[in-house]
Design a protein around this ligand. Structure first.
Ligand code: F0G
Length: 428
């Protein structure tokens, strides 16, 4: 029998399942499933193929996810793929942000440039494609807002009914607006994200709906392309560090898997270190790291960065593996540190939502403590767009008393030139 190119495997007990088996978990032990790709050694061919596809103007090669399809979901055919398209996000360099972080070379990979404004689209195009291939009747997710916005958009495109569970009162305005506008059935649960995920898991199992949270292995395959794309943008010369915000730990796991596979194939000869950054009020993984990952922890989460307001991360074990294999670190940053970093990123003309700024805040903190050196090459991933959370911007710049150091207070005036002159004195 020839070995299939791709199959699913339980991370805990090793049970294998076919590529199109829609089981949400391992049927033997309940563990999380991961996609295994047969080993390959054609790095040179792949690099050339990826490069050529960058010239495409139509079809799935235009997608910054499906351009790497050999390493994502090779068997998906063009007519099966549900693509917006997505990906193709910029790698930006801004002196003000590098200065704030205290490193000479800091690049930011802005995933907020995806079609629904967050990195979730990269996973959702693959998970929705797979849901369609396996005959899903409907799709569901629990979310702090970005996954639900993305799921709503991709389900709409695939013409699948979508059901989302979000924590009532704890989702940023832009994300709720998107989720409703794209047409998902939206359930506001009186509880936090962890309650939502438990409920979504139970309800989707009993209702026969496919769950598209990052416990779904196909999500992670899509999210790996953040790493592939940034490596390609650096001409496959890896940075020293990749920093990213961490909540439910799906993305940390996806980054670890991408680096492991890129190294095994020979796309890179050296693995960057991962720096996973949590908000201090929702930092079980950072605490776990400090304790040598002795045990899986959970906390009652609380942070202004609502996207990562998560106390019981679902992808704990695979994220531990990602940190260990990359000689990575996990750190936490306070809400004030997050808001400071966000103000700098925003004022540099880039903009991001609060959770995203945790990556840059984390780089600054790790630099101060000497873990990151000034001449290390660092890529910080910004995970979501500034317009996701307009409430956070208004609160920081217009409402917080006393005004934070970087507050940019708008000034109300009468329609008189004298008022304009008075305000502008000292500015220009
Ligand atoms: N940044 C943003 C903007 C997010 O929305 C999330 C997660 C993360 C970082 C953390 O990624 O969970 O893979 O560790 N948002 C999820 C959601 C939970 O429902 O949108 P993670």
């Amino acid at each position: 029998m020839t070995q299939a190119a791709v199959w699913q495997q339980c991370e805990e007990c090793g049970t294998t399942l076919g590529e199109t088996d829609p089981a949400p978990n391992c049927p033997s032990c309940g563990g999380l499933l991961e996609l295994i790709h047969a080993p390959r050694q054609d790095a040179r061919d792949l690099v050339e193929r990826f490069r050529q596809r960058r010239n495409a103007v139509t079809g799935c090669d235009v997608s910054g996810v499906w351009r790497y399809r050999e390493l994502v979901l090779p068997s998906a055919t063009a007519d099966e793929i549900v693509s917006h398209p997505e990906g193709n996000t910029p790698l930006l360099s801004r002196a003000a942000v590098a200065r704030f972080a205290g490193v000479d070379e800091l690049l930011v990979k802005h995933e907020g440039h995806n079609p629904t404004g967050s990195f979730k689209d990269r996973g959702m195009t693959v998970a929705t494609t797979q849901a369609k291939r396996t005959g899903a009747r409907a799709v569901a997710c629990a979310s702090t807002g970005n996954t639900s916005a993305s799921l709503a958009a991709y389900a709409a495109q695939a013409e699948l009914p979508a059901l989302v569970f979000i924590p009532s009162g704890k989702v940023a305005l832009g994300k709720i607006a998107q989720t409703i506008a794209y047409g998902a059935r939206t359930l506001m649960v009186r509880g936090n994200f962890d309650d939502c995920l438990a409920l979504a898991r139970e309800a989707s199992a009993s209702l026969g709906i496919q769950l598209l949270n990052s416990v779904n292995p196909f999500r992670l395959e899509g999210q790996k392309t953040i790493v592939f794309e940034l490596l390609e943008q650096l001409d496959w010369e890896p940075p020293d560090w990749i920093a990213l915000p961490a909540g439910n730990l799906g993305n940390t796991s996806a980054f670890g898997k991408a680096l492991r596979e890129a190294r095994a194939i020979g796309l890179i000869s050296r693995v960057p270190r991962l720096a996973a950054i949590q908000a201090s009020g929702a930092a079980p993984f950072a605490t776990g790291f400090a304790q040598g990952f002795r045990e899986q922890l959970r906390v009652e989460p609380n942070t202004i960065a609502t996207a990562i307001r998560i106390g019981a991360p679902a992808s704990w074990n695979r994220a531990v593996r990602a940190i260990r294999e990359t000689n990575g670190v996990v750190a936490d940053v306070s809400d004030d540190e997050i808001l400071d970093a966000k103000a700098v990123i925003d004022a540099a003309g880039i903009g991001c939502e609060p959770a995203s700024a945790a990556s840059v805040a984390g780089v600054a903190k790790l630099r101060r403590s000497g873990v990151i050196e000034a001449n290390d090459r660092v890529v910080a991933v910004l995970t979501g767009h500034v317009l996701k959370d307009p409430g956070a911007v208004v609160a920081y710049h217009q409402e917080t008393e006393p005004a934070p150091a970087r507050a940019n207070r708008p000034i109300e005036i009468e329609p008189r030139v004298a008022d304009v002159e008075r305000v502008l004195r000292g500015v220009i």
